[in-house]
Design a protein around this ligand. Sequence first.
Ligand code: 5RP
Length: 223
Amino acid sequence: MESNAKRRAAEGALSFLEGAEVVGIGTGSTIMEFVDLMKPDARLYVPSSMETVRALSSRGFRVAHPSSVSHMDIYVDGADEVDADLNMIKGRGGALTMEKLLAHYARSRIFIVDDSKIVSRLGERGPVPIEVLPEALGFVEEGLRNLGLHFEERTCAGKRGPLMSDTRGYILDVEVPRDADPANLDNQLRSIRGVVETGFFLGMADAVVVGYSDRVRILTRST
Ligand code: 5RP
């Protein structure tokens, strides 16, 4: 059912590409549904992760490294949680730093999610990931403890120690306290030197396309 809803969200986002020449593409299973629906064309695609580089290039899309472009017409990505103000948590796929960079520089930003991602409070479904400079891991963990925050180092099968992202940072998953204000928590996290980026995407979505098993709904800041 969830994959049907992801497919519906992906279908609902296709029309946003009209007129775009340079398109940033995010990471994750929902964005893979989107990539499956697209056809190679004259557009230039800027991927946010190695997974997406491989998915796009193996299907014959024109791919550009982020360092080789200076503007993007649109950025399309998935999300882990979306609240009523279209604020989001992203990065449970570990690509938050490049995703935030591309989303920041794109002229417009569209996010596609299935309906299970809609929450009443950010942090309801899981932690907020942060990316940390490897050399600063001990300092950052102490900084988080000083703020009274609970966290886990993200690991992955087949590798000892913390998982290293495509952008060569460690990922820590930080529990969001029930009474936390996301903007304040984001500021607190980013003020710990050695934190490269957080998975709070606040005020970044121009539209969120929500897929349900049988329909699609487009949320914009004004809806
Ligand atoms: C990766 C992300 C993904 O967009 C997010 O985790 C959603 O993934 P999925 O579509 O697989 O649920 O932020 O860093």
